[in-house]
Ligand binder design. Sequence first.
Ligand SMILES: [Zn+2]
Length: 408
Amino acid sequence: MLIAGTLLLPDDRAGGSGVRLATGSVLARDGLIVAVREGVTADKPDLGGDDALILPGFIDAHVHLPQFDSIGADGMDLLQWLDRVIYPAEARWADPDFAGAMALRACRQLASFGTTGIAAYLTVHHEGSLAAARAVESFGLRSILGQTLTDREAPQELTRPPLQLLAETEAFLDSFRGNPRIQGAVTPRFALACTPELLAGAGALARRKGAAVQTHLAETEAECRRVEELFNGTPYTDIYERAGLLGERTILGHGIWLDAVQRATLARTRSVIAHCPTANTFLRAGSMDRAALRRDGVRLALGSDVAGGPDRSMVRVARAMIETAKARGDTPPTAADCWRQITTGNADALGWADTGRIAPRAWADLIVAAPDVPWRDAPDPLACLLYAWDDRWITATLPAGKIVHQSA
Ligand SMILES: [Zn+2]
């Protein structure tokens, strides 16, 4: 398949902005990019054309598939919102058929917004999580997926004994060993809903299996106070470190209420904070100090955190990253930083060197778009595209070279 247009390419040159735009074409075969050529192609493309914009598919580093029907439940803080809205929604995944169908719906929505890669939480239900992961696998998104682990401080129907959860997680991890597009992750929901025994077992399992870890860290002050009570004042980050849960394959959602010592722990362990600015605003959790985390050397990713975050579009989430920095009075990321973050940046943070970029041998995870604004003439075309972005521009989304979403 030949796809032509203006390509968004990684720009790793010294002094480069992280991404650059160039006329060119992409040749994809068997799900992979086999060649990237710059310049006008003489061959008739199968997709795209002179006016088309070809982007790497977006990557969402923190999202909850069982929460896609719960967007917009406003007026509560995190812990109320979990109790009143999210736990009842997740309880529905006790039915694996419902879970599978809902995961497929979520995938279709994500693709319509240009997302081709996700790090996602499922629910505590083993069969429901397996059914959902099978749906993601059949749809074709690149993914890190985890059965969510909770053994306390949640409704009884959403808690399980730790040993059961660890055995189920191991089976879940093993279920997707053969598919290079899917990886299981050890996914304790957050320290508040996990006993020390469960966290320690999760850390040991992740190390033994070399698996990714997903969890939440320091999203709201009320959550931090409850965690302090439950763990006798141990700093939140230290709880995870003592359980063996930190490392370069660990993705921690939020990381708002952290002091310099905890930031240093995250930097030393090469753990990744998934910044979720739209969710932080929606739940009034606070605002992440991106400048301090960057200054202290903490690796960062960006996530929608649906449904804490109401926006499914990673472009919108990237704009919120700028808005959050501006509201704090910090130097905001540039438009180029945003495009880099939601493509190559998030891929690198998730350990994926083979997606999130238009490059030979990467997966053909691509978006074809038809912008209706004169972005080429703008003073900063990348900023024009970011701020004028309209999801209706997306004419095709292709995870692994397969068109799963198409519009005229
Ligand atoms: Zn979350």
